[in-house]
Write a protein that binds this ligand. Structure first.
Ligand SMILES: [Fe+2]
Ligand SMILES: [Fe+2]
Length: 348
């Protein structure tokens, strides 16, 4: 085994190797340090002392809770803290700050369950678009709160990425950037998909992990589609549409290449454009023939596409998107899943 001084000698004369070893060091530290195993909760609140409430609720020793004041400067501080979970005391935070924070956290991290604490549910409904994990009341009477935080911790552990997925993350971002979708699209679809699965009573961790990955990489195959087509603003010609359709199969090959990700993840990517009535692509699968994960992603994908701004149109409202899903219930989308999704986002 090489001693530290040997490595220094070798790397002194080889800048590239030094960089690689440095990267290796960084990965080692991230993966194996004690620090990483401790769950870190960031709490955004203008009132001090609320972290004690959370400690009391979950009562676990391996949890670090750090409070951040409700100000714009807190965002960079929170990012530096690298939290596993973010709890926002919404009663003390302005709408503008909350939006800014939620949007940036989703872009910056792989997966950070965000729990909103507050009493005004009508107000919190508007933040659902940012993929909140759940809503709690930060007082001792809320019996559900400790359960929710516990579930968030378990999900976070399940979804922690490995090196291969980090590489695919880069590809997915490039693919989003190449098309008319904005860079956050795939990530938001993944969060909606997870929330829909949970709202449908699915708790199987392996399933949730596959779903998360399949959703995050659903459009990764667009990396191979010319930008003249993926960025086209008007309607596509028939031959262009045929080329776009290939992104499902190309995506399947990218994520399952050399067994990088499982067949289950590949199937979600491949079938996210199938229609429930059997008129979708690439295989014209019908109803339950379509993998459950792909049926979930189809809804999450449509919802995000409708509620996001595109270069040629403004985003539509939640209500408009809900109506679209209901209109295509049983045609394009799984009817039961549409019902669950609508219930979830209207919090009814
Ligand atoms: Fe797609
Ligand atoms: Fe998409």
């Amino acid at each position: 085994m090489l001693e530290a001084k040997d490595i220094r000698e070798i790397t002194d004369n080889n800048a590239e190797l030094a960089a690689v070893l440095k990267l290796g060091e960084a990965i080692d530290i991230k993966e194996f340090s004690e620090e990483k195993r401790k769950i870190k909760i960031a709490l955004l609140s203008s009132e001090s002392g609320k972290e004690h409430l959370i400690h009391y609720m979950i009562g676990k020793e391996n949890i670090t809770i750090k409070s951040f004041p409700a100000s714009r400067d807190s965002l960079s501080e929170i990012l530096k803290f690298y939290p596993d979970i973010l709890i926002v005391d919404t009663d003390t935070v302005s709408d503008a700050l909350l939006k800014n924070l939620l949007y940036n956290l989703h872009l910056a991290y792989d997966y950070t369950p965000i729990i909103l604490a507050g009493r005004n549910k009508q107000r919190l409904y508007h933040f659902w678009q940012y993929g909140v994990f759940d809503i709690i009341d930060l007082n001792l009477q809320d019996k559900k709160a400790d359960n929710i935080i516990d579930t968030a911790i378990r999900l976070k552990n399940t979804l922690t990425v490995n090196f291969e997925e980090n590489m695919l993350d880069y590809l997915a971002r490039i693919s989003d950037a190449k098309s008319i979708e904005d860079v956050g699209h795939s990530k938001r679809v993944a969060i909606y998909a997870l929330n829909l699965a949970r709202a449908s009573g699915i708790n199987d961790e392996q399933f949730l992990r596959n779903l998360y990955l399949g959703a995050k990489y659903h459009d990764i195959g667009k990396i191979a589609i010319p930008e003249s087509i993926t960025r086209k603003r008007g309607a596509l010609y028939k031959n262009e549409y045929e080329i776009v359709k290939r992104h499902t199969i190309i995506g399947y090959y990218i994520v399952t290449h050399y067994g990088m990700l499982s067949e289950e993840v590949g199937e979600i990517v491949k079938h996210h454009h199938e229609w429930f009535n059997g008129t979708g692509y690439p295989d014209e699968l019908k109803g339950n023939e379509i993998p459950l994960g792909a049926r979930i992603v189809a809804i999450a994908d449509a919802f995000d596409a409708i509620t996001s701004t595109r270069p040629y149109r403004e985003k539509k409202t939640f209500d408009y998107a809900i109506n679209e899903l209901l209109k295509f219930k049983g045609i394009q989308f799984d009817p039961d899943l549409v019902d669950n999704f609508v219930r979830l986002i209207t919090m009814s």
